[in-house]
Design a protein around this ligand. Structure first.
Ligand code: DX5
Ligand code: ZN
Length: 217
């Protein structure tokens, strides 16, 4: 049985009044707050970085789940943890010395997660899965909110679940991109533990209700 955690992505929040959206998340049934950090190099977009996370950390009542879509992640691991990240995700495709990066995260007191782009096979995690607290599967190409869910993700979740059951049953599966009630239900069924949702939550009339709904799809 999956854990059924929900992590709203503040990429889709109202940056003119971010405090209000964080307060909504605090009061909601959300489990974590998801942050998409983009460098304009690894992904074709730039979002926000350490100062924003540092400020949100002061008012956030839930763990900060920080997704680094950046090259040279090693340089920024300690600053992001000091800013308040509880869980740091780095990309398989952007980390040439992944084992060292993962242990740098863990040795500095955060949980470590590795993200796979849609084209990257789960089998490449075979020799790192024992070291991970979570794997994040991208169900869209990273860089933008509001994209269409890639259907092949369900099979990836199932394959990853098998690998996890064999080698590290404690490891969580998070899925990011195009999550709504329909894709969310299928993802939980396939074995996902954590769903990230941006535009579906913040574009809805009642975001807190949508978060509660996602937990029960
Ligand atoms: C995509 C980001 C996602 C994004 C999801 O690059 O990693 O976290 O915020 O957005 P939606 O839920 O709108 O697809
Ligand atoms: Zn993300």
């Amino acid at each position: 049985m999956s854990e059924r955690l929900i992590a709203p992505s503040i990429l889709a929040a109202n940056f003119n009044n971010l405090g209000a959206d964080i307060e909504m998340i605090n009061q909601s049934e959300a489990d974590w707050i998801h942050f998409d950090v983009m460098d304009g190099v690894f992904v074709p977009n730039i979002s926000f970085g350490i100062p924003v996370i540092e400020h949100v950390a002061k008012i956030a009542g839930k763990p900060l789940d920080v997704h680094l879509m950046i090259i040279d992640a090693d340089k920024f691991i300690v600053p992001f943890i000091e800013a308040g990240a509880s869980l740091l995700t780095v990309h398989y495709e952007a980390c040439p010395h992944l084992h060292r990066t993962v242990w740098q995260i863990k040795d500095n007191g955060a949980k470590a997660s590795v993200c796979l782009n849609p084209h990257t096979p789960v089998s490449l995690l075979e020799n790192i899965i024992v070291d991970l607290d979570m794997v994040l599967l991208m169900s869209v190409n990273p860089g933008f909110g509001g994209q269409k869910f890639i259907q092949g993700t369900y099979d990836k979740v199932k394959k990853l679940k098998e690998l996890i059951q064999e080698k590290n049953p404690e490891c969580l599966i998070e899925v990011d991109g195009g999550v709504n009630f329909e894709t969310g239900a299928e993802l939980f069924k396939a074995g996902a533990d954590v769903l990230v949702a941006g535009s579906f939550v913040f574009g809805s009339e009642n975001p807190a209700k949508t978060i509660a709904g996602l937990k029960r799809v």
